[in-house]
Design a protein around this ligand. Structure first.
Ligand code: CP
Length: 351
């Protein structure tokens, strides 16, 4: 059982390194013994503003294997379009405000999980505010789990640090490359941010590779550097993928949208991308690493970000990463929905 009740899980920074390791130990125990009934009678309400395969399925199965249940609300599909802005007259597409929705769901479910990430059609300064997640945190009376927002995908980060621990070891002191990849669409940077924060927290030597113009959010970079320094690791930025590869033990490849082009017309974003097509991961890149492990959160477009022979190679950990979503999320759900372990030093221990 986890040592404290986790009230919400929005970012990797909601857990210390010691707490992350504690949660991963519980996840590994659940991987060995999957079925428990501690959450019998409890329900997770999952609210999706965007599609999902892994997140949705792994949370549904996680609750089922713990004896509980999930109810899923697809915004604008099997439930109302939800408004999140304050002080608007709701005479458009949205039939309900999250102010009522979050309060009502809190009366039915013991936790609420929310996925809402942007399409880079607005300015980054607006997107990075994460108004939908903040609205659910403000209005709900039950814990909130972030299933992916503008800035964070913390459940993916947890699964990935567990995969690194299993495949490379703990503590993993060998260098890891986190690299941008070419893509036809501007994708969220939430996965990159959460993986970066987790590996920095673990004290790894992190090499962040991306073309100029695809810099991460400054606050995320500052947090990553601070976490790395505290744990004896480092974060260095490379603007050429080839320069980051020598001696690296793993590469996490992931496309994300450019902050400086967020809100720009499609034609401008397309022109910027056209020059970066060489940022595609090939088998030749993998062969240049030292026993390289290939990681990606999925979904991935074969032949776009990553060549098919990399995905099908023995280097690839992508299916194991996806499986680990299930195990870490079960540990997380227990940490949020079960009472904490009694502290024998507490004066109330025997009461
Ligand atoms: N990695 C991940 O979150 O996958 P889905 O978008 O399919 O949930």
């Amino acid at each position: 059982m986890f040592s404290r009740v986790l009230r919400s899980f929005l970012s990797p920074e909601d857990l210390t390194l010691a707490e992350t390791n504690e949660l991963l130990d519980i996840a590994l125990e659940l991987k060995r013994n999957p079925l428990r009934y501690d959450l019998a009678g409890k329900t997770l309400a999952s609210v999706y503003f965007n599609p999902s395969l892994r997140t949705r399925t792994s949370f549904d199965v996680a609750m089922y294997q713990l004896g509980g249940a999930t109810t899923t609300l697809n915004v604008g599909d099997n439930t109302w379009n939800l408004e999140y802005r304050d002080d608007v007259v709701m005479d458009g597409a949205c039939a309900e405000h999250i102010r009522e929705a979050a309060r009502v769901i809190s009366r039915y479910a013991q936790a609420i999980a929310v996925r809402a990430f942007p399409k880079y059609t607005e300015k980054w300064e607006d997107n990075r505010q994460e108004p939908i997640h903040k609205g659910f945190v403000r209005e709900s009376s039950v814990p909130i789990i972030n299933l992916e927002s503008s800035l964070h995908h913390p459940c993916q980060g947890l699964a990935d640090i567990l995969t690194i621990r299993e495949k490379i070891g703990k503590p993993a002191k060998e260098p890891i490359v986190i690299s941008w990849g070419w893509h036809v669409n501007p994708l969220p940077m939430a996965v990159t941010n959460s993986v970066l924060l987790e590996v920095a927290k673990a004290g790894m030597e992190v090499r962040l590779a991306h073309p100029e113009g695809w810099e991460l959010d400054q606050d995320i970079m500052a947090s990553a550097r601070s976490l790395a320094t505290s744990a004896g690791g480092s974060v260095k930025v490379y603007n050429e993928l080839d320069a980051a590869l020598p001696g690296a033990r793993a590469i996490y490849f992931k496309s994300w949208g450019s902050i400086i082009n967020s809100g720009a017309p499609d034609v401008e974003r397309g022109a910027a991308l056209a020059h970066q097509r060489h940022w595609q991961l090939t088998l030749d890149h993998m062969k240049r690493m030292d026993r390289g492990l290939f990681m990606h959160c999925l979904p991935v477009r074969r032949g776009v970000e990553v060549m098919a022979d990399v995905l099908d190679s023995p280097y690839s950990a992508v299916i194991d990463q996806a499986e680990n979503r299930l195990h870490v999320q079960k540990a997380l759900l227990l940490a949020m929905l079960l009472p904490p372990r009694p502290d024998p030093s507490s004066p109330n221990y025997n009461i």
